[in-house]
Write a protein that binds this ligand. Structure first.
Ligand SMILES: Cc1cc2nc3c(=O)[nH]c(=O)nc-3n(C[C@H](O)[C@H](O)[C@H](O)COP(=O)(O)OP(=O)(O)OC[C@H]3O[C@@H](n4cnc5c(N)ncnc54)[C@H](O)[C@@H]3O)c2cc1C
Length: 353
């Protein structure tokens, strides 16, 4: 992974991919692996069902077609715009702008292969990041150069910040992308010029949410998971990873608590997971700020310390979420038992050390 200077592509730092020994994969392939495992376990998946409302005490969900589904526990893994989160919090939680917006483009690698200036990007898998004041652009390939991903994150002006709505599917304007990249390294500029317009180009305002005081409903029988309770900035590169860890930890808690003690499981789960996900969220903010400020007020030719622009994700990877839940279960579940008995659950922010 090369971290480069915005205007000429000079390599400022190099490090293993995402600061780990690993691979970048397409989310569709990752999703597929989950689906296969769920099907192999004989678990039914119902597609195309919109959850319209909840009864948190039964607990149950009611689908848009009126069908009610009752369960021992409901897990609201319904993403950044989660309906479940409102139920858990008891109020409408408005999205908060992060002050940044992303142009996201994903297109066939063949578009770049014929151009001498950019064919290196697709001759094999590659990851390059160009950083500049208040802006960065990430280019990577997938499937051995067959597909290209370009994501550009920029700071919004106050007016833009007020105007852009939170949406994952707002068409991007290629002219705006071209205007923002007039002074970028000519090699990646040549690639940017080949970005097909929508639907290959999206303009995505990055919204964020304040940390929640709880991930679990008052009845203790509805729990949030993933982006619904711990959304990450793209610079964390951790949203799906942390969601997966949380799922592993919740499963361990349910197994250890047993079916008759769902409240003990859900309340222990949130306390076990909150501090780690907060640190991982902050990691993304820190990296974005380091990238966007590294070259500000620097004289031409001034060197920067490569360490100052590297990802610092290594500590996140060598972690066994299930093992951690098992190890800390006795102490944490005993605290939670006391809280449940007293009827006073401490807010999650108190879990940070
Ligand atoms: C540009 C970009 C780059 C990223 N890079 C990385 C990365 O490198 N590494 C990483 O780990 N993560 C990354 N992420 C983050 C990752 O995609 C998310 O964190 C992850 O998808 C969250 O999973 P989730 O299951 O919590 O929510 P989602 O994936 O949002 O899934 C929620 C699901 O719930 C459904 N739903 C919502 N409401 C209802 C309802 N009422 N009824 C029925 N269904 C409903 C939605 O349709 C959706 O299918 C990136 C994200 C973006 C946008």
């Amino acid at each position: 992974m090369q971290i480069r200077r915005w205007h000429d592509g000079k390599i400022l730092a190099q490090q293993p991919l995402m600061d780990m020994a690993g691979y970048i994969g397409h989310r569709g392939d990752y999703h597929d692996a989950f689906l296969r495992a769920v099907r192999d376990a004989g678990i039914e998946i119902r597609m195309g069902c919109e959850v319209a409302s909840y009864d948190e005490n039964k607990p149950s969900i009611t689908l848009a077609d009126g069908t009610e589904v009752v369960a021992d526990l409901i897990v609201g893994a319904d993403g950044i715009k989660s309906k479940t989160r409102e139920l858990v919090l008891g109020f409408h939680d408005a999205p908060k702008s992060s002050g940044y917006s992303c142009f996201r483009s994903y297109f066939p690698g063949d578009y770049l292969k014929g151009d001498e200036r950019c064919k290196d990007f697709v001759s094999q898998d590659s990851v390059n990041i160009w950083i500049g004041p208040d802006i960065h652009l990430i280019q990577n390939t997938l499937r051995d150069g067959k597909e290209v991903n370009i994501i550009m994150t920029r700071k919004l002006s106050h007016e833009e910040d007020m105007e852009i709505k939170e949406s994952w599917f707002q068409d991007g304007d290629i002219n705006e992308v071209l205007a923002l990249t007039t002074d970028i390294d000519p090699r990646i500029r040549a690639a940017v010029e080949k970005i097909p317009g929508p639907p290959y180009l999206l303009d995505w305002k990055i919204c964020y949410r304040d940390p929640l005081p709880t991930w679990v409903s008052k009845s203790h029988k509805i729990a949030l998971l993933g982006d619904s309770c711990h959304p990450h900035l793209p610079t964390s590169a951790q949203g799906a990873s942390q969601a997966t860890e949380s799922a592993g930890a919740l499963a361990v808690c349910l197994k250890l608590a047993g079916k008759d003690s769902i409240p003990l499981a859900t309340r222990t789960y949130e306390k076990l997971r909150y501090p780690r996900t907060r640190l991982s969220q902050r990691n993304g903010e820190d990296l974005r700020d380091r990238w966007h400020n590294a070259l500000k007020n620097l004289d031409e030719g001034a060197e920067i310390d490569p360490e100052s622009v590297k990802m610092r994700n290594r500590w996140l990877y060598s972690f066994d979420a299930e093992g951690d839940a098992m190890q800390r279960w006795p102490e944490m579940s005993s605290r939670v038992s006391d809280e449940l008995r007293a009827g006073v659950i401490t807010p999650l922010s108190d879990e940070m050390v």
